[in-house]
Design a protein around this ligand. Structure first.
Ligand SMILES: Cc1cc2nc3c(=O)[nH]c(=O)nc-3n(C[C@H](O)[C@H](O)[C@H](O)COP(=O)(O)O)c2cc1C
Length: 305
């Protein structure tokens, strides 16, 4: 089943600090912030509209009887998580406020988190096991997504080029698979705009992202080259195959295509490593686990095995 997009509006007194909170801690992506009193965020199929209780028009205007929309209350969005205790510990460490401690009921455990304006967000971990928890389907893979989020993979920007066209996309599914010859395997979604350039080009370049580069992961991983030139405004240089490499990366690898195998909904592409360089030896690599649900994959995992 494909879940249609659902939108929820929250009234917040400071839109900027709410954006920071939802994108930094809860894996939301900022879709637009066209004016100071309004922003639109998304997380998978959920769209969150943030409105300040000021300004002309929009969702936060006073009612005819004089009542004013204000933050707070008890109605809330529910975000499903795979490891509630772990998420709560991380959020507490980051200074987030909770209204209560974890409570456990028949269907699972929950806690009420508050955004900076005091709006509640319910974090919910369903009971797992046969016949329990998420319904059949592909919309609620919280527990499975949490498990896969703990596989220790990095975050890369894969640059591709062909015939004067260039693109780059964020990838986490990349690993070394041979010493001699030195090979890496990359799993690519054929729906990516980059796929055609990867298929037709002479090779691909891997820019290894470092801690603190979530913005680059988001830029190349939540927009398509069909919508915008993701390389515009980013410092990059063409590698020996013409594929773009990011100047601010932790390291680069340049690869020539060495094979391809359809693998479910992705293609596994082998790359023979032509060369590479560590640019920032002191930096630590960015981990996929640090990206939260930036790729929206929690909606793609099966509900259970
Ligand atoms: C953290 C993260 C990891 C991702 N990993 C992969 C991956 O391994 N393979 C893939 O094909 N897409 C992956 N994506 C999705 C692509 O980056 C995304 O679909 C991108 O918009 C494709 O851009 P393009 O259409 O310009 O090629 C990932 C996205 C994010 C945010």
């Amino acid at each position: 089943m494909t879940m249609a997009r659902a939108s929820v509006r929250y009234i917040v007194d400071d839109v900027d600090s709410a954006i920071e909170f939802y994108t930094r801690h809860l894996g939301f992506h900022l879709d637009m912030h066209p004016a100071p009193p309004f922003a639109m965020l998304s997380r998978g199929a959920l769209r969150l509209l943030l409105s300040a209780p000021v300004g002309q028009g929009g969702g936060a205007q006073p009612m005819p009887d004089g009542r004013r929309p204000e933050p707070g209350g008890w109605n809330r969005i529910q975000l499903e998580v795979g490891d509630l205790a772990g998420e709560v510990a991380t959020l507490r460490k980051a200074g987030a406020r909770f209204r209560n401690d974890i409570v456990t009921g028949i269907g699972g455990s929950q806690i009420l988190l508050e955004d900076p304006a005091g709006n509640p967000i319910e974090l919910f971990q369903p009971v797992s096991g046969p016949g329990r928890g998420a319904p059949e389907g592909r919309d609620s893979g919280g527990a499975v997504a949490a498990l896969f989020g703990r596989l220790t993979v990095g975050v890369y920007v894969v640059g591709v080029a062909h015939g004067g066209e260039r693109d780059g996309f964020t990838a986490a599914w990349l690993m070394q698979v041979s010493f001699d010859p030195l090979l890496v395997a990359l799993s690519v979604n054929p729906q990516n705009a980059s796929y055609r350039l990867l298929s037709e080009g002479e090779g691909f370049a891997v820019s290894v992202l470092k801690q603190g580069q979530l913005d680059l992961a988001r830029r190349f991983g939540t927009h398509s080259g069909r919508e915008k030139d993701k390389l515009a405004g980013v410092r990059w240089r063409p590698g020996r195959t013409g594929a773009p490499m990011l100047e601010d990366a932790l390291a680069w690898l340049e690869c020539a295509p060495a094979g391809r195998m359809p693998s479910g909904d992705h293609d596994l592409v082998l790359g023979r490593v032509l060369g590479g360089q560590v640019l920032d030896p002191g930096a630590r690599p960015l981990c996929y686990a640090d990206t939260g649900d930036m790729d929206g994959s929690s909606a793609l995992f099966p509900a259970r095995f």
